[in-house]
Design a binder for this molecule. Structure first.
Ligand SMILES: [Zn+2]
Length: 314
């Protein structure tokens, strides 16, 4: 099987929910709030501040989906009032939850990502900044909490450079990039388990300590059978501890048996096409968020409930 093609078309699973179903099921605020309540507190409502359960000095208020906690930690008699959206990304927004749900849905179902501008058009938000704000908050909810070890026999590691190509850019953009870095390029390191998950992160440089320590953090040396990279010298110390093989791209070698980096390169091209097509330009400050979003979507590509998973992260 061609790994590159597979990496380029990760969304092979039909979502458990269609957009039409989403709009029908969660068209009004009450049904959205009921879903959030059930996902947030499957075993019954709890105070978000002190964690006491409903009934344990936590009371229903007459206003739906609102409660008050009168435990000592939460102010005793005066109490602490909270609602189903307290301490979620939906707090302090004037936008209906049904709109938020639609934004999350669109962001999870589009393979290459979707820009704030596309969201703005789709949900017909009055102000582009609103769409941008919503998209950034959802993106933050798609972040994996920690750098986990990859599972798989064969792991490919590669670095990617984002930005640059200043000669093709408009002069004003070029000037802005000049402030970012000498060449306007930012390095990203990634590792992918074939048919498994990907981890990637922005790095300050691609020197040996950076590349080497990244691999040692995400690849379990007792479980892996092959670590494949290109001939970048930053990987030369991996032979100490890892079954490391190199493809010599400079010599025109791209595949030698099972040794190749096509899967991770497929992920990079998915990312680049997504960024070029949907986002046009991603600054260094936001790059980690976009990487997290692409990583999340890739790692959950076979999960038909990806919409609910992101919602849970919110
Ligand atoms: Zn409380």
């Amino acid at each position: 099987m061609n790994e590159k093609v597979q990496a380029g078309k990760p969304l092979t699973t039909q979502p458990s929910l269609s957009l039409a179903e989403l709009k029908r099921l969660y068209s009004d605020e009450d049904s959205c709030k009921a879903l959030l309540r059930d996902m947030r507190w499957p075993d019954g409502v709890r105070c978000p501040r002190c964690n006491h359960a409903l009934g344990d000095r936590v009371y229903n208020l007459s206003r739906k989906f609102h409660w008050v906690c009168k435990n000592i930690e939460c102010g005793g008699r005066n109490g602490y009032r909270f609602s189903v959206i307290t301490k979620t990304v939906f707090e302090n927004t004037n936008y209906p939850l049904s709109t938020w749900f639609e934004v999350i849905y669109l962001m999870t179902q589009s393979r290459k990502g979707i820009s704030a501008l596309q969201i703005h058009r789709q949900i017909k938000s009055g102000d582009y900044r609103t769409a941008w704000y919503m998209v950034m908050r959802v993106r933050a909810a798609m972040k994996d909490p920690e750098l986990k070890k990859l599972l798989g026999d064969v792991i490919e590691v590669d670095e990617m450079y984002h930005g640059g190509k200043a000669e093709n850019m408009h002069r004003s953009k070029r000037r802005r990039l000049a402030l970012v870095g000498a060449k306007g390029k930012v390095a990203v390191i990634g590792a992918i388990a074939r048919k498994g998950n990907v981890v990637c992160r922005m790095v300050e440089n691609t020197d040996t300590p950076v590349l080497d320590s990244f691999v040692r953090r995400v690849v379990d040396k007792d479980k892996v059978e092959l670590v494949a990279t290109d001939e970048h010298s930053g990987y030369r110390l991996l032979k100490y501890g890892y079954p490391h093989e190199v493809v010599k791209h400079s010599a025109g070698e791209y595949v030698r048996g099972i040794v190749h980096t096509n899967t991770i390169e497929g992920f990079w091209s998915l990312f680049k096409r997504g960024v070029m097509g949907s986002f046009h330009h991603v600054s260094k400050a936001y790059l980690p968020l976009y990487l997290a979003e692409f990583q999340f979507r890739y790692n959950n590509r076979k999960d038909p409930d990806i919409f609910y998973k992101v919602l849970a992260g919110c």
